[in-house]
Design a protein around this ligand. Structure first.
Ligand code: AKG
Length: 263
């Protein structure tokens, strides 16, 4: 795939920003040609209902929040090439400050036009069967995103409150009401408007949300989730680990969770 005009690495400033705030925006990480190739691959996957695990029926309440397909890399070489991109994984490794990162899973996240619903404020780690924190997501915009079509917002520093109960994404609880001692009172969320080909990284404990898609076109995002090497299974049920028969305390490792970057 073409790689002209793309950001090669995160800067020291971006690493420092991520460490302080738990998220960071990195512009132009993939080329327009790669954006086009990923759009084509994912649009075909959605159109043909083939590729990755489709997590909900198309007409379900959840699909109005997120029309999600998990681990598309297993079925689509173009997506695999993107997910296995060492340069992107190296950015994640440096932000996390670890020796190596493995793939947890990828996910295509479409907000379909029509009766689109916002993604409520939540953390990701409570949904993941991981005993340790540190996993982070690369949320890649495949369309320009802003407040009209589901751009993401993040609460700076919110990962410091730790891992709270998982939020129901269809009938959401108020996550801010769960924060001990009102620790985030007065902290303003940051909306990240992105051009297609730009991305954000966020820690699994960082509070984030996205508006509904009020436009006539899908909002297409491709997410790669990295976890520090050595992250262990905590026995929580999850679509990715349920078929694997893992024991609590066992490292999430091996073919299902390949190493994507190491120092
Ligand atoms: O794309 C969205 O609207 C939400 C994405 C999200 O919550 C995530 O990537 O963790």
């Amino acid at each position: 795939m073409a790689s002209m005009g793309v950001t090669a690495a995160v800067t020291e400033e971006q690493v420092a920003f991520y460490r302080e705030n738990g998220f960071v925006q990195v512009d132009d990480v993939i080329s327009p040609a790669t954006v086009a190739a990923l759009r084509q691959a994912l649009d075909a996957t959605y159109r043909d209902d083939a590729g990755g695990i489709h997590t909900s029926a198309r007409d379900s309440a959840y699909a109005k929040v997120l029309d999600q397909r998990v681990n598309v890399w297993r079925d689509h070489p173009v997506v695999r090439e993107h997910v296995f991109d060492r340069r992107l994984a190296e950015m994640a490794r440096r932000l996390a400050g670890v020796r190596a990162v493995r793939l947890w899973h990828d996910q295509a996240l479409y907000k379909q036009p029509g009766d689109s619903k916002p993604t409520p404020w939540h953390q990701d780690l409570p949904y993941w069967p991981m005993a340790e924190p540190g996993a982070l997501s690369l949320w890649l915009a495949l369309d320009d995103v802003d407040e009209h079509n589901g751009a993401m917002s993040f609460v700076p520093g919110s990962r410091r409150v730790g891992s709270l109960p998982g939020i129901n994404l269809v009938h959401p609880e108020d996550i801010f009401a769960m924060v001990p001692g009102g620790a985030l009172a007065g902290v303003k969320p940051v909306l990240c408007r992105l051009r297609a080909g730009s991305c954000t990284f966020h820690d699994g404990r960082t509070f984030h949300a996205a508006g509904a898609n009020h436009t006539a076109a899908p909002r297409r995002a491709m997410v790669t989730i990295y976890m520090p090497e050595g992250t262990t299974f905590n026995d929580k049920g999850h679509i990715v680990t349920d078929p694997l028969g893992l024991r609590p305390g066992q490292a999430l490792a091996g073919e299902a969770f390949p190493i994507l970057a190491e120092a």
